[in-house]
Ligand binder design. Sequence first.
Ligand code: NAD
Length: 495
Amino acid sequence: MNGEPDLLIGGTWRHASDGGTRDIINPADGSVAAVVDEASPDDARAAVAAARACFDDGSWRATPAGERAALLHRVADLLQRDKESLSRLETRDTGKTLAESRIDIDDVTSVFRYYAHLIGAESDRLVDVGAPAVVSRVVREPIGVCVLIAPWNYPLLQMSWKVAPALAAGCTMVCKPSEVTPLSTIAFTHLLQEAGVPASVVNLVQGSGAALGQALTDNPDVDFISFTGGLATGRTIARTAAEHVTKVALELGGKNPHIVFADIGSDGWDSAVDHVLTGVFLHSGQVCSAGTRLIVEQSIADEFVADLAARAEKIRIGDGMDPASETGPLVSADHRDKVENYVALGVSEGATLVTGGARPSDPALADGYFYLPTIFDHCERTMRIVQEETFGPILTVERFTTESEAIGLGNDTQYGLAAGVRTSDSARGERVVRQLRHGTVWLNDFGYYTAAAEWGGFGRSGNGRELGPTGLAEYQELKHIWHNTAPAPAGWFKG
Ligand code: NAD
């Protein structure tokens, strides 16, 4: 960063082999926050080769689980020691508020602690095969060389969901953060070294998805690709990986419904409005599980939307470093263009613009990529603004009159990442959440997750799961060992 080498390949920090660099932009004011090395495809291949040689050497995967667990705890300790500096890097790079970045670093820490605990508690499974002389057991082994590709909205958080279980399992890896937001991952990789991760176990390259990502994923030496990002990129990676029959886990986008029943009554009203608001406008909507699609019962819709709009207009937008800011900018000028195009589309499709739909007028924000919280009412399920992931501060509103209609709308999406349901009737709540085809469903809450519970999508939100025991199993192969302790001839062939 800023002249220091940023690529970690085979235990050595290096500059890009072709001298490439990239400016990293602070989205709050458009300034250059840092200049980092931009890895070339050759660097990608060298990083995979280093991870391959390290895995095949066998010493890391043979490290006892207890030692790997201790290493993960040391990483967690260092994350807490460096919490403030990592949070500031994350805010400078993504634009999110410092308060959010601090929560992210705490969450990253708990992921490392969780997998330290889990790997220490694993055991083999004994199988009774009905032959007294045979000891049969199923053991877990590391899957091998992993390529870990992360997006820009939660750079370190998403990377940690991959690195922590991969290290716990005994894998070696090449990490590729988003080219837009690599800063926290570079600092984190230094921290991994300080914690004692052996050379070549973790390699780091950053750069463009098209060139570098392709070189990482189209590589027969890779055993597993864990990718978090958009649907189109996920498709490309799955196609590329199919050539080598490489296992792929995809965590893709979402278009997440938040269903509000009229029975919330006055007691549940304020929290429902508040959770819908936070669910969609936190981090300016740049959240894969953002509740961007409000599905509200007709009888309360007018009042509910009016209250939401009033609160949306009071959201304090600003530089994430300013403690007064409640939400920051969009991540880049390109991304803001995309969001603006979606707003224009919503208008042309006939949705009613209730609030937002513009950049803030405050001249102090003119150089950043800010956009106002935007609400479209009277939307139809067939509109593109309702069906496509906008990944910005845009809420669409659809209305329903019956429970089955609400469920039908909530499931009418190609995605299936997350959903929310608000009702004071717990029997209805349980009925509805069981019928929603989404990987996480919040009942009378929104947005929370824990390291101990699986995260992932139904439908085109992806395959595989991160977090929880399944998030570790993704990085393991199962091997059945059949040990005959008293071998005798099988006697099938008589001659
Ligand atoms: P993106 O797909 O553009 O990029 C993600 C990563 O893939 C980046 O590191 C990028 O450089 C890399 N990449 C791009 N093309 C590649 C290729 N051909 N081969 C290999 N790598 C390639 O996504 P983004 O814009 O960074 O992130 C936003 C998306 O991520 C949204 O769709 C969001 O919903 C999704 N997301 C999903 C989750 C989840 O848990 N399901 C979490 C966060 C973000």
